[in-house]
Design a protein. Sequence first.
Length: 183
Amino acid sequence: MKGEIREKFKIKRRYFGSIVRAEAGRYIAEYFLAEYGGYSSYLIYNSFGSEASTQGIISALLREGKQVFLPRVEGDKMVAVPYGELKRGAYGIMEPQGQPYSGAIDVTAVPLLAVNGRGFRLGYGGGYYDRFLKDNGTLKVGLGFAFQLTDEFEEDGWDEPLDSFICERGIYYFGKEEEQRRK
């Protein structure tokens, strides 16, 4: 079931028009920076293919002197590495070189194929982000396009929920962050 949904959203994302995608990407970056730009440290996925672009977010954070880390796959786990020289790594994604960082990270931007109304994401199926985010304490922010918000799938017991999802239409909040906003 999840495999079919993954394929469906890969296709939908692939055929999302480039002009619309670029405009949506600008909105996503603006929303992200307005809501989360005041933190000190970030783990941001290095977008590739049809994913919501993170290049503008990364550039803006670096210009502001923020700590920016990119993920790197090492065996069956994912580590945060300071932004720097990139080399093609697992799955053809450009990954940072250098030593992994083990300190706290304020905000983690997470890629996704889909996200449900409870804040659970459908990723590529490797579980890297779920393992990394478990008991991490970071704010978990999914980035994507409005059509990726769906209730076509149920989460599994090992899935880690997002705190929010940012798309071109705005920010959707889930869990602890939503509870804090209501106070």
